[in-house]
Every structure is written in structure tokens, then in C-alpha cells.
Design a protein around this ligand. Structure first.
Ligand code: SF4
Length: 103
């Protein structure tokens, strides 16, 4: 069986052009929720509504009550703000937060 070569940003296999057989857990901008405000950061459909990003960076992440998931409601504008969003990425247990959305 052949693996596939995905385009996941930051994946060491992608960087080496190596194919794999796993379902990638990295956030995927093609799967992001429509509620995300456009920009670099987003939450995708893997979100399990654990609340961590909203606790870490409430100015940027909020809950879509009807759907039971998080989304980015404001994009950071300074390096300090971006760092908070990166902290949220690092804390997300299912890697549902991406930073490769449109600039
Ligand atoms: S930390 Fe990840 S799983 Fe938890 S609410 Fe935020 S995006 Fe969803």
C-alpha cells in the first residue's frame, strides 16, 4: 500500500518529502470552521471543545455555542498577541488550531 505525501506545515515528513500512512492530526485550513475570522489563526473540525484555548487566549478564541466548538473571533495584531495564540496551539490536545491561514 502506498502512503500519501501531505502538505502539513511543520511536519518533518513533509519537509523530507516522505509519505506516511497516518491520519494527520495537524490542523488543516481546508477543514476550518466558517465562524473563524479570516487571517492567520483558525480552529478546524477536530476541536473537542475542551476550553483550553479560550482560557489561554480569550481575546482571540471563543465558543460557538450552537455548535459546541471554538473558533478565532479576532486575529492577533502584535507579536505578543500572536505568542498567546501560539501558546494555545501548543496546548490544544488534538492539534485543532492552525496558523497557516491566509495572512
Ligand atoms: S484547545 Fe483545541 S480542542 Fe480545546 S477548545 Fe481549543 S481548539 Fe478546541
Amino acid at each position: 500500500m502506498d502512503g500519501h505525501t501531505c502538505q502539513a506545515e511543520g511536519c518533518p515528513l513533509t519537509a523530507e518529502g516522505i509519505s506516511c500512512w497516518f491520519t494527520c492530526l495537524m490542523a488543516n485550513k481546508e477543514e476550518k470552521w466558517n465562524e473563524n475570522i479570516s487571517g492567520r489563526f483558525y480552529v478546524d473540525r477536530q476541536c473537542i471543545d475542551c476550553d483550553l484555548c479560550r482560557e489561554t487566549a480569550p481575546r482571540f478564541f471563543t465558543r460557538y455555542e450552537e455548535g459546541g466548538y471554538s473558533f478565532v473571533h479576532k486575529q492577533p495584531t502584535t507579536e505578543e498577541e500572536a505568542q498567546l495564540c501560539i501558546e494555545a496551539i501548543e496546548g490544544c490536545p488534538v492539534e485543532a488550531i492552525g496558523k497557516d491561514g491566509e495572512e
